[in-house]
Structure formats: C-alpha cells, structure tokens
Design a binder for this molecule. Structure first.
Ligand code: MF3
Ligand code: CO
Length: 287
C-alpha cells in the first residue's frame, strides 16, 4: 500500500509557522551542530564489515555524552537512535547487524533534542567505489540541496525551494523525486509547519519569513520515483530497487542569504580522510 504512511506524517505538522528569535536560532545551531559532529564521528569509523546497528549504538552514545536525547528513538514508536538507509532504502531504514560492504551507499539520518531544541540532518556516504552512475546521483542530490537552500530567503515561497530541487534532479538528470516524503519546519518539535516538498512550482506555497527554520531534505532515486513501505511500518524502499540518496540540512531563513545551521565541513573532512569512503564526486558523468 504505497502512500499509506503519508497521511500519518502529514497530520503531525503544526498548523502555524513558528518564527525563531536570535537566541533561539543560536540554540538551534547548537542542536544542528551536535548532529553534524555525530555524523562526522560516524564517518571516521565507516568501513566494510561494520554493521549499521554498531553505528546506531555509537550515535546514541555520542548524543547522550553531550547531554542531549536522540529524538528519533520512540518517535511514533520508532525503535532506534538513527535511521540508516542502505542502497534501495530511501529513508527510515532500521539499523541491523548485517555487515556493510564495498559498493554500499548509506544514508545516515540523526536527530537530537538539546536544550529543548531539535536538530535533524542527514548525509549519504559511499563505502568504496559506488560506480560512476551512483556517484553522480550522490553528487547531484547534494547539489540540489544547496540549490534549494539558495532559495530559502525571506520573501520567497516554499515552492521556490521545491522547484529548485526538482529542476536540478528530475528535469536535468531524469532522476526520481520522491513525492510521499517531504522536508519540514523544525523547532521545539521535529515536524513543524511548513512542509517542504522536493517538487513544486515557483512562487507557490507559503511565504518564507526571517527566523523560519527548515529541514530541507531531498530524497532522490536513480530510477523510478515510486516507493513503498515495508511491513515494519517504517522502511521506505524504491519500487524498482535502484539506489536512492538523501541529504538534509537545517536552515534558517534570512534576508538575502539563508543561514545553514548544520555543517557538512567536519563530515566531509572525515569522509576525505577515511580511505574506505568514496569522495571523488567532482566529475560529470559522460554518457
Ligand atoms: N529526517 C526524518 C524526518 O524528518 C527523520 C524522522 S525519523 C523518525 O522525518 F524515526 F524519527 F521518524
Ligand atoms: Co527531517
């Protein structure tokens, strides 16, 4: 029953956009940066043979060591600290004891509550060489996140973000943009108004105001955009079992230029320094 989980996700959004003041934004930056730091620690140990459940344990420990709480755990019954989504798993993958292997792509999504404020962001790693096609999917999905972020400025509308992501992925490369799952507002709740789809029209949807914090999260498939949810009620997979990539940043809407609260720099540094991880993403695939 594809699409079944959609309704559940949508009902949890509060109905009003909540704007944050300067102090609140700084607190949210601390929450987002704790997630970045956690993902960077994971990037240091990722290698063939390690299991995602071992990573999940480590993620829980790092978060608690920083006097924070893993926000995914027990969220609507979710049973782990993190979501670890391998290959054709789009999002909400359960960590498990299977060893990760060369050629796997691994999306790691982490959420924390620190000083009452949520951080929620994600990164996709490739263990060993994923091949040119998948490497391009990873690069383009990350690029699309930044194209969306460029539009997260006061006066624009949610649709401007959505359109930018869809243009760069679906229109330019023919990738599948998942429709059933969306980005969201973030604050003292993990999911606040507005929803931020990865597809849409320019100048459409709610107007963005300074102080609005958004979790922007493109979920992009190499093949069909169609997905289904497994019997466990969480794991979302591509219908054609081709790989899917997920990147997520926490972003504060500002005048002129968005303020990215989370930070990929420590994660990318760890990715580059880890010989087990692929990081040569610069090349355009020639077909
Ligand atoms: N980034 C995901 C989201 O925005 C994380 C939620 S996983 C859950 O929905 F387990 F907490 F639901
Ligand atoms: Co999110």
């Amino acid at each position: 029953m594809p699409g079944f989980y959609l309704a559940c996700l949508i009902t949890i959004f509060a109905e009003m956009m909540i704007l944050k003041n300067k102090e609140e934004i700084e607190l949210m930056r601390q929450s987002a940066l704790l997630v970045s730091k956690t993902l960077a620690e994971v990037a240091k140990v990722l290698r063939p043979g390690i299991s995602s459940i071992a990573l999940d344990k480590m993620i829980g420990e790092i978060i608690r060591d920083h006097k924070a709480v893993p926000s995914f755990l027990d969220y609507r019954g979710y049973p782990f600290n993190s979501c670890i989504s391998v290959n054709d798993v789009v999002v909400h993958g359960f960590p498990n004891d299977q060893p990760l292997k060369e050629g796997d792509i691994v999306s790691i999504d982490v959420g924390v509550i620190l000083n009452e404020w949520h951080g929620d962001h994600a990164y996709t790693f490739a263990i060993g060489d994923p091949g040119a096609e998948v490497a391009q999917l990873i690069r383009v999905t990350k690029e699309s996140l930044y194209k969306g972020i460029e539009k997260a400025v006061a006066g624009n509308r949610v649709g401007d973000i959505s359109f930018a992501i869809q243009e760069h992925t679906e229109k330019k490369y023919g990738y599948g943009v998942v429709r059933e799952l969306v980005g969201h507002g973030l604050g003292k709740s993990m999911h606040e108004d507005p929803q931020v789809p990865n597809y849409g029209k320019r100048n459409d949807g709610k107007k963005l105001k300074e102080g609005l914090v958004l979790a922007i999260e493109p979920m992009i498939n190499l093949g069909t955009r169609k997905v289904y949810t497994e019997e466990d009620g969480w794991t979302v997979r591509t219908e054609d079992h081709k790989p899917s990539v997920h990147f997520e940043h926490d972003v504060c809407v500002k005048k002129g230029k968005a303020d990215i609260l989370s930070n990929y720099a420590p994660i990318e540094a760890a990715e580059k320094a880890n010989v087990n991880l692929f990081s040569a993403y610069s090349k355009e695939l020639v077909v």
